[in-house]
Design a protein around this ligand. Structure first.
Ligand SMILES: Cc1cc2nc3c(=O)[nH]c(=O)nc-3n(C[C@H](O)[C@H](O)[C@H](O)COP(=O)(O)OP(=O)(O)OC[C@H]3O[C@@H](n4cnc5c(N)ncnc54)[C@H](O)[C@@H]3O)c2cc1C
Length: 443
C-alpha cells in the first residue's frame, strides 16, 4: 500500500499515532520489528502496544490526579489506547489497570483491520527522508539509535536515564531552607537544605541500609559515570564521600546561623515555570517508598511532595527541549517527528499521549491547516510544553505528567482543593481549545 506517513515502532505511542492518522484519512505504514525476527530485551510477544511491566495506567481520578486528567483528555481526543484500556479494565480501586493480553490483542486487531494502515514487521535502521514518526521507545534498536545519535550530535541521545528526584517548590519549607549560590557567585539560584553532623550521619546510614531496586539482567552493564553515580553508591564508599560531592557545604553561609552547615542538599530549578526543583546529584536506585521516607528526613523537605522520584534504567531518549520544535519535529530534519518515551516523557499513558499529538500535528501539516498547540493548562498541553521547551535542556531527564508542569495557580488552598482547581481549569482550557479547532478547520 502507498502511504503518506511512516511510523517506526508499534508500541504504545506508535499504535496511538497510527490510529489517529488513519482515522483522519491519512495512509500509514507502521514498521514494527517484533514479529520480523527482532525484539527488545523487555517485550515478550509480537503484539502491538505490549505493556512490558505493570498492567496499570495509574490513577483514573480526573479530578485530583494529573494522569487521571490525561486519561480524560485522551478519551475526549478519541484515543485508541485509552479506549482499549477502558474495555479491558480489571478491578484496581481508583486506578485504570487492564488485562494486558486482552488490551494488546484489541489494539493489534484495531490497527491490523484499519484500511488506512499497513503493518510491516520489519526493523528500520536509518532515519527515512519521507514524513516519519519515530516511536521506538526506551529500547530503540541499536542501529536506529546510532542513526539518531549521528543526526542529533554528541550527547543528544541518552541510553540510560539517571533521574534525581524532583520536588514541588511549594512543598519545600523555606523557613528552614534558603536560596543562595556557592560563594554568593551569580544569582541566588539554589535552594539549600542544611544538615548538622548527627542528621548527616543518620542520613548516610539510611542511604546505605535503604532497600534498592535491582537492575534487570540486561541492564547490569549500566555504566555509572562519576558525574551521575547513585547517591547510595557514593554513601557506601565512605561517610565523607557525599560531603565532598553533592552534599558539599563549602561557600554556603546559612543566613540563620551565619555559618556553613555540616552538609547541604541543593535543589535547582527544573522547569521554566519554577514549580519543579531537582535534588542536585541525587540520582538513585533506592525503592520509591524508601526515597520518600529517607529524603523527608532532610531539613526543609519534611513535607516534600515529589513530582518524580529517582531512578536509573536503560532508556533511550533524546534531548527534546533542544532538538524538537513545538510540533515534535526534529529541527535539523523536519520530516522526522518523535513520539513516545524516546521524547523524554515517561510512562505508558504519557507515551501514548505524545503519540496522539505527533499524529495530530502531522495530519494538520499534511492538510495545510496548522494545529494550535493544546493549552499549557491541560495535562496533554503541559506535557508537550515541558518536553519541547519548558524543561531545562541541560538537566533533561524523563518526566511523568504532574501538576507541576502546569502554570501555577496562585494563592493558598488545601491540597485537594488545589488539585481540583488545576483539573477544573484544565477542562475549561480543553473546551476552549476544541472551540478553536473548529474555527481553524477548513470551511
Ligand atoms: C523494563 C521496563 C519497565 C517499564 N515499566 C513501566 C511501567 O510499569 N509503567 C509504565 O507506565 N511504563 C513503564 N515503562 C516505560 C514504558 O515502556 C513506556 O512508557 C512505554 O512502553 C513507551 O511507549 P513507546 O511507544 O514510546 O515505546 P514501546 O512501547 O517500547 O514501543 C516501541 C516499539 O518500537 C519497536 N522498535 C524499537 N526499535 C525499532 C526499530 N529500529 N525498528 C522497528 N521497530 C522498533 C519495539 O519493538 C517496540 O514495539 C517500562 C519500560 C521498561 C524498559
Amino acid at each position: 500500500m502507498a502511504f503518506d506517513i511512516h511510523i517506526v515502532g508499534g508500541g504504545l505511542a506508535g499504535s496511538e499515532a497510527a490510529w489517529q492518522l488513519a482515522e483522519a484519512g491519512v495512509r500509514v505504514r507502521l514498521s514494527e520489528m517484533r514479529g520480523g525476527g527482532d525484539s527488545t530485551p523487555a517485550h515478550e510477544t509480537d503484539r502491538l502496544a505490549e505493556m512490558v511491566c505493570s498492567n496499570s495506567f495509574r490513577s483514573d481520578d480526573a479530578e485530583h490526579n494529573a494522569v487521571g486528567l490525561l486519561h480524560q483528555e485522551m478519551r475526549a481526543l478519541g484515543s485508541l489506547i485509552i479506549r482499549a484500556a477502558d474495555t479491558h479494565r480489571v478491578p484496581a480501586g481508583s486506578a485504570l489497570a487492564v488485562d494486558r493480553d486482552g488490551f494488546a490483542a484489541e489494539v493489534t486487531r484495531a490497527i491490523d483491520q484499519h484500511p488506512n494502515i499497513s503493518v510491516v514487521r520489519e526493523r528500520v535502521d536509518t532515519l527515512p527522508d519521507h514524513p516519519t514518526i519515530i516511536a521506538t521507545g526506551p529500547l530503540t534498536g541499536t542501529k536506529l539509535a546510532e542513526a539518531v545519535a549521528a543526526e542529533t550530535g554528541e550527547g543528544a541521545l541518552a541510553f540510560f536515564d539517571a533521574i534525581a528526584p524532583i520536588v514541588h517548590r511549594d512543598s519545600i519549607d523555606m523557613d528552614v531552607a534558603w536560596m543562595a549560590a556557592r560563594w554568593d557567585k551569580g544569582g541566588k539560584d539554589y535552594i539549600n537544605c542544611p544538615l548538622d553532623k548527627p542528621q548527616y550521619d543518620d542520613f548516610v546510614a539510611a542511604l546505605v541500609e535503604g532497600e534498592k531496586m535491582p537492575f534487570h539482567d540486561w541492564e547490569k552493564d549500566t555504566p555509572y559515570f562519576e558525574g551521575c553515580m547513585p547517591i547510595e553508591v557514593m554513601a557506601e564508599r565512605g561517610p565523607e564521600t557525599l560531603r565532598h560531592g553533592p552534599m558539599k557545604p563549602v561557600g554556603l553561609d546559612n543566613p540563620r546561623t551565619g555559618r556553613w552547615p555540616y552538609a547541604v542538599v541543593q535543589l535547582r530549578q527544573d522547569n521554566a515555570l519554577g514549580t519543579l526543583w531537582n535534588m542536585v546529584g541525587f540520582q538513585t536506585k533506592l525503592k520509591h517508598g524508601e526515597q520518600v521516607r529517607i529524603f523527608r528526613t532532610i531539613p526543609g523537605l519534611e513535607n516534600a511532595e515529589f513530582a518524580r522520584l529517582g531512578g536509573i534504567h536503560r532508556n533511550s531518549f533524546i534531548n527534546s527541549p533542544r532538538l524538537l520544535d513545538g510540533e515534535l519535529r526534529l529541527k535539523s530534519k523536519p520530516n522526522i517527528r518523535f513520539a513516545g518515551q524516546i521524547t523524554g516523557c515517561e510512562g505508558y499513558v504519557e507515551s501514548a499521549a505524545v503519540g496522539l499529538l505527533a499524529a495530530r500535528f502531522a495530519v494538520a501539516e499534511q492538510s495545510g491547516h496548522p494545529l494550535p498547540s493544546p493549552p499549557a493548562e491541560t495535562a496533554i498541553g503541559a506535557l508537550l510544553a515541558h518536553i519541547t521547551g519548558g524543561a531545562d535542556a541541560d538537566t533533561f531527564q524523563p518526566m511523568n505528567v504532574n501538576f507541576g508542569l502546569m502554570p501555577p495557580i496562585e494563592g493558598r488552598q488545601k491540597r485537594a482543593d488545589r488539585k481540583k482547581a488545576y483539573t477544573d481549569r484544565a477542562r475549561a482550557a480543553l473546551a476552549s481549545w476544541f472551540e478553536q479547532l473548529k474555527v481553524s478547520e477548513p470551511a
